[in-house]
Design a protein around this ligand. Structure first.
Ligand code: FAD
Ligand code: UDP
Length: 367
């Protein structure tokens, strides 16, 4: 008999399992993939840690979360500074004085602010209602047209007027010459990749990979007291209220016979006509000096059953449907939902740790 069945060996599941075991509980972790670590799984190719399900940069302002994750890894001093390619032009990200200077051939914040204000003067954007209005109100028309519109519509498969404003607010906007993609006090890549973090969290805990919950539970429900479910909440309830939308990504990964393909870990292609959104060159996350390199092109698509759901599409329609599922979840005894898919939220890793630790506290009455 297990005190807890944890469905999903990703970050949420691993934190919960680790903390439950620490409190003397008997835990079984299962995952339908053939490996642990969920979307932060890394695999060595040509001696380079390849982020198999997309590039992951750890960043947080939360000291408690930073201290927590540092129990399981040592982080390097990588700072994410992507560049964006639009046609034959190259710009620094996030939107900052380097971007504006290259775009308008200007030098001062006052000049940049004036150009942006002039570009949106007649739009009356006091309360941005969608991503397009939010982006225009922050950075003006040129940046929106060249660096946001095409990328966002590829990434989300929806018009910028149909997307929530919060998505673009993830990116810093600065009137300083600072290319750090995150406004985070703590940032880095775990030396050796992310998989060893999850291995350490799950040390001493029984784990079954290549095991789908919906099959396993048919013959094993008598072995489980409580369940922590980090898969899709709508699938748990057999989609009975409707299907939540997700975006998926196809990663086209190649080994190249050169030591440095693009000179940066992340290069975004912001034009609509380039079919991928970005190219990741994995070695640069760890300042690699290997003779070859590994790159991944990311192609975004709508999720359908059978492929991986990566990004919840948190627009009004889906959030409303999620709230209905949440009510069902709250009425379901002995099941705790968690993580990006279980909470249907566009969480970063630090937030996942935060909500997993909150779930632990609540479960063990430690509030
Ligand atoms: P997951 O890692 O998805 O784990 C859920 C696990 O449950 C999976 O392993 C899945 O196989 C398993 N599962 C699902 N259903 C079942 C079932 N029926 N039976 C058994 N197992 C099941 N965050 C950052 O902080 N920085 C970044 O740079 C960053 N980059 C990202 C880039 C991409 C492309 C994506 C998609 C996400 C990125 N994130 C980033 C977010 C980060 O991946 C998540 O916050 C975090 O990994 C979510 O952890 P999780 O445990 O909730 O989910
Ligand atoms: N974005 C953009 N242009 C870029 C990079 C990002 O318009 O060059 C927008 C896009 O809508 C994206 C959002 O900003 O979905 C958040 O970007 P982030 O890099 O945080 O996306 P993630 O890493 O989660 O895919």
């Amino acid at each position: 008999m297990y005190d807890y069945l944890v469905v999903g060996a990703g970050l949420f599941g691993a934190v919960f399992a680790h903390e439950a075991k620490k409190r003397g509980k008997k835990v079984l972790v299962i995952d339908k993939r053939d490996h642990i670590a969920g979307n932060i799984y890394c695999e060595k190719v040509e001696d380079i840690n390849v982020h198999k399900y997309g590039a992951h940069i750890f960043h947080t302002n939360d000291k408690a979360v930073w201290d927590y994750i540092n129990q399981f890894a040592e982080f390097n001093n990588y700072i994410n500074s992507p560049v964006a390619v639009y046609k034959d032009e190259l710009y620094n990200l996030p939107f900052n004085m380097n971007t504006f200077s290259r775009l308008w051939n200007i030098k001062t914040p006052a000049e940049a602010k004036k150009i942006i204000a002039d570009q949106i003067a007649d739009l009356n954007l006091t309360e941005p209602k969608n991503l397009e209005e939010q982006a225009l109100s922050l950075v003006g028309r040129d940046v929106y047209e060249k660096l946001i519109k095409g990328y966002t519509e590829k990434q989300w498969g929806r018009s910028c007027t149909e997307l929530p404003a919060f998505i673009i607010k993830r990116l810093p906007l600065r009137f300083t010459f600072d290319n750090n993609y995150f406004n985070a006090r703590y940032q880095g890549i775990p030396i050796g990749g992310y998989t060893p973090i999850i291995e350490k969290m799950l040390d001493g805990i029984e784990v079954l990979t290549s095991t789908d919950y919906f099959e396993w539970i048919k013959t094993n429900s008598d072995k489980v007291n409580k369940t922590v479910f980090t898969g899709q909440i709508d699938q748990f309830f057999d989609y009975k209220l409707g299907v939540l939308e997700y975006r998926s990504v196809r990663f086209e990964t190649e080994v190249l016979d050169t030591d440095n393909f693009q000179g940066n870990a992340v290069v975004n292609y912001t034009e609509r006509s380039v079919p991928y959104t970005r190219i990741i060159e994995h070695k640069h996350f760890e300042f690699g000096t290997q003779p070859k390199t590994v790159i991944s092109k990311e192609y975004s698509s709508e999720w359908k059953p059978g492929i991986e759901p990566y990004y919840p599409v948190n627009n009004e329609k889906n959030n409303k449907l999620y709230e209905e599922y949440k009510k069902l979840a709250d009425e379901t005894p002995n099941v705790i939902f968690g993580g990006r898919l279980g909470h249907y939220k566009y969480y970063d890793m630090d937030k996942v740790i935060d909500v997993a630790l909150a779930a632990v506290k609540e479960e063990f009455g430690e509030n």
